[in-house]
Design a protein. Structure first.
Length: 288
């Protein structure tokens, strides 16, 4: 049932303190103000440009920060100025376009780099008194030297839910989905609600159904721009499907053998749907 992906921390050691290393560093470089990551042609980690110092990449980063080590190699996040020339043999590619292609640990570390750079560039001043913020020594927060207020990187939790009824799964289509794709019910948590409350509210708002038991599935960071997707599987309790017509334009029950076009691999929506298809496939009308 649970998402059994190995932890990234079997390979990645986060740290704020640079330690001496014999190995060249990997640079997760983004074009300023975009999600475009600098990549070479090699597969895996070797696609990330390696250099002892940022200047060897051919430009001076407009901001950079240390991420820790991956497979023992130091890793940095850096922002390339908008007019930086692309080093020979490399190109900037949207991280979003890489999420079916890239090693999952690498995608997540690249996502961490993108979120930290983005937050650093959009949270430069104290929200209370306007003073320029300073980076904290012990974590990725910033501190106001005038009033002392701490500022932490933004993470927006969002739930994503498979709803099951008599061995069928509810799949829904948002107006912006390409190619008649159907996915799961999803939405951002609001102040004052639990994640389970959020699942029930979003389900009622988008498709007009009430839910019984809600079980945790797993989670996934989604750095566009700063979401944390929390996956659930819920039992249908009551109501008839009534789409809201705005966030959802069509929703229906599907069996494991007649699924419509579904979200691409690596997305947590797809992982939940794949789990459902494996769990309920071949049961011929299973219900208890
Ligand atoms: Zn302040």
């Amino acid at each position: 049932m649970l998402n059994e992906r190995p932890s990234i921390y079997t390979r990645y050691v986060p740290s704020l303190i640079v330690e001496a290393s014999e190995r060249p560093s990997y640079w997760f470089v983004y074009r300023a103000g975009t999600d475009k990551l600098l990549l070479g042609e090699n597969p895996g980690l070797d696609a990330i440009p390696a250099a002892a110092r940022a200047e060897e990449l051919g430009f001076a980063p407009s901001r950079s920060l240390y991420l820790g080590t991956l497979d023992g190699a130091p890793c940095y996040a850096a922002e390339a100025p908008e007019d930086a020339l692309v080093p020979a043999g490399t190109e900037f590619l949207s991280l979003r376009s890489l999420y079916e292609i890239m090693d999952e640990d690498l995608f997540h570390l690249a996502g961490r780099a993108l979120q930290l750079l983005s937050w650093d560039s959009t949270h430069r001043f104290c929200g209370r008194c306007g003073t320029t913020l300073e980076r904290a020594a012990n974590d990725h927060s910033k501190v106001c030297p005038n009033c002392g207020l701490s500022h932490y990187p933004r993470i927006a939790p969002a739930v994503i839910t498979a709803i099951l009824k008599d061995g069928q799964i509810l799949l829904a289509r948002a107006p912006h989905f390409p190619n008649n794709m159907h996915g799961l019910i999803a939405g951002f948590a609001e102040p004052g609600e639990t994640l389970e409350d959020c699942v029930r509210r979003e389900t009622m708002e988008e498709v007009g159904l009430t839910l019984g038991e809600i079980r945790y599935f797993g989670s996934q960071q989604w750095p566009f721009p700063h979401s944390l997707m929390i996956g659930f599987v819920a039992e249908y309790a009551g109501g008839e499907i009534a789409v809201d017509g705005e966030e959802i334009e069509h929703a229906a029950w599907f069996g494991p053998d007649n699924l419509p076009n579904i979200p691409p691999k690596l997305s947590i929506a797809r992982k939940i749907i794949d789990w459902y298809a494996e769990e309920y496939g071949g049961r011929s009308g299973a219900s208890s």
